[in-house]
Ligand binder design. Structure first.
Ligand SMILES: [Zn+2]
Length: 249
């Protein structure tokens, strides 16, 4: 079992700065490149992935790349010392996980920002673009890589509360020390809406995007899901996959 159970103190004394984790780690691509980058693998079959301890993830079963998990455990402890509670909500997601989210929104079974997109956007292209305000298509999510996390709340209103603003201020001030950057800040030209909860472990995520994903993955590699045909025309790589903060590309 690759659980980092109760690893807090032992791990904290053995850790390296974030930049060194990536160098000390195994291969950047622990699975076949296309399968890995599009979320078609089982994290529990590779030593490159670990299950997060309850002190970080609570009762949720969340897997991350080992270096990202170690950095997150350190960051959570540092935040706690500063009076900030960080709760991990989501980490690695498979193609199947993302396809379920996507297709529920596409078919109107699940709302997006309170709207039934199947009803409001009968035109497929417009519906796909509406889903893309808040959700990535299967095969294009940074959550596939095990480097990206959602923290505390995926409700924008929480981040405007006192606790939310304190957590966000802390993450902006100290997240980078642990390797975590915000991929979807406000005021980008293209891409998903601002997501203050989504943080990315840059020492792994940046080379995965720059050296591999953008050179290798095509619309054909995304496979089958409702609305997939739109990705033959949409500039999904430029607007969405690469529509991230400059520090991550
Ligand atoms: Zn996310």
């Amino acid at each position: 079992m690759k659980l980092l159970a109760g690893a807090g103190l032992a791990l904290l004394s053995a850790v390296q700065p974030a930049q060194e984790d990536a160098r000390a780690a195994g291969p950047l691509l622990p699975f076949d490149a296309v399968a890995y980058l599009t979320g078609r693998f089982k994290p529990d079959t590779s030593a490159a992935f670990v299950l997060l301890p309850a002190e970080v993830a609570g009762a949720r079963q969340i897997w991350l790349r080992r270096e990202a998990a170690q950095a997150l455990i350190r960051m959570t402890a540092a935040a706690r010392d500063d009076g900030i509670a960080l709760q991990l909500l989501s980490g690695t997601r498979s193609f199947a996980d993302q396809k379920a989210i996507w297709e529920a929104k596409f078919s109107g079974r699940r709302t997006s920002a309170g709207r039934n997109l199947a009803r409001d956007f009968p035109d497929t292209r417009q519906r796909v673009e509406a889903i893309l305000r808040y959700s990535s298509a299967p095969g294009t999510s940074r959550h596939h890589w095990g480097t990206d996390i959602d923290l505390n709340s995926t409700s924008m209103s929480w981040w405007t509360t006192r606790d939310g603003m304190a957590a966000l201020t802390w993450l902006h001030r100290r997240g980078g020390e642990f390797g975590f950057e915000l991929p979807y800040p406000p005021r980008r030209e293209h891409g998903y809406r601002y997501e203050p909860w989504h943080w990315s472990y840059a020492p792994l995520a940046r080379p995965l995007l720059v050296r591999h994903y953008r050179k290798m993955i095509t619309a054909q590699d995304l496979g089958e899901f409702l609305g997939a045909g739109q990705f033959q025309q949409l500039p999904w790589m430029e607007w969405y996959v690469e529509g991230v903060a400059g520090v991550l590309k």
